[in-house]
Design a protein around this ligand. Structure first.
Ligand code: FES
Length: 144
């Protein structure tokens, strides 16, 4: 069964512009009918549900795209393919949880002063990104 862009937008509760955006990013697909109007396979609704759920969980579009990459883009996935995506998703979520837990446990160092200093605030720079880039006054070097 094929769906129009309006039907997809309504059923998935997603703006038409968002559908175009996801399509541009390769996360969903459509084809043109003889009247040059976009048509979608019904399976796009499940992909959009995955995208929305991923966003609610705080995943980036790239992470959601990575999770979706194991599903066929133009037909309903098999049970095996869903399970594969679930494993993929689980790995992404486990890594997020690890990072969030680390951040929470290290927040004792942050005095919560509101400075959000890149040099000393673990809230702003949880992985100490600057330290990984080398020694010295990196921000000063970048800005000069
Ligand atoms: S907000 Fe100032 S150290 Fe974190």
């Amino acid at each position: 069964m094929e769906l129009t862009v309006g039907q997809v937008a309504k059923r998935a509760e997603v703006a038409v512009s968002a559908l175009h955006f996801y399509e541009q990013k390769g996360m969903i697909t459509s084809w043109r009918n003889q009247g040059n109007q976009r048509r979608y396979d019904r399976s796009v609704l499940r992909r959009l549900a995955v995208i929305k759920t991923g966003q609610q969980l705080g995943l980036s579009l790239e992470e959601i795209k990575q999770a979706l990459s194991v599903l066929p883009i133009d037909r309903a996935p098999s049970q095996e393919e869903w399970e594969s995506m679930g494993q993929n998703w689980k790995q992404i979520l486990n890594e997020k949880i690890r990072l969030m837990t680390k951040l929470r446990d290290e927040l004792g160092d942050c005095i919560g002063c509101g400075c959000l200093s890149l040099n000393r605030c673990r809230l702003r720079n949880p992985e100490d990104i600057l330290a990984q880039q080398g020694n010295g006054a990196l921000l000063w070097k970048q800005n000069t």
